[in-house]
Design a protein around this ligand. Structure first.
Ligand code: FES
Length: 118
């Protein structure tokens, strides 16, 4: 129960704008796939990155296996906090859907759709 209260309080602080995404936690990993830290992202913002895509290009955050599923919201939040924008105003970056390679034999074994719709 104590942990739930702690989590709830943390969640509320996050929604209210407070978060642990300050420079005291500089080594916090933001993008697990590319091992990008909070410090890397703040550095990119300090070097005039003003969009999520610019941060992505400079740090590779969001270019990992999950294609930003885990980190894209955090990157937006950090950008919002460090540029004084509202989270909703920060345009999300462009992310490709994760794709998995499949064997050509799998494609070849698919039945052809024979329904003639004309
Ligand atoms: S956690 Fe950033 S791309 Fe996967």
């Amino acid at each position: 129960m104590k942990n739930l209260k702690k989590i709830s309080k943390q969640k509320q602080r996050t929604y209210e704008g407070e978060s642990d995404l300050n420079i005291e936690n500089a080594d916090m990993i933001i993008c697990r796939c590319q091992e990008v830290t909070l410090k890397d992202i703040v550095q990119a913002i300090a070097e005039d990155a003003t969009t999520v895509n610019e941060i992505k290009r400079r740090t590779r955050a969001g270019m990992g296996l999950c294609q930003g599923r885990s980190c894209s919201r955090l990157v937006r939040k950090i950008l919002a906090e460090h540029t004084g924008q509202k989270f909703a105003k920060v345009i999300p970056g462009t992310f490709r859907p994760p794709v998995r390679p499949i064997a050509l034999s799998t494609l070849a074994s698919l039945e052809e759709d024979t329904d003639d719709k004309s």
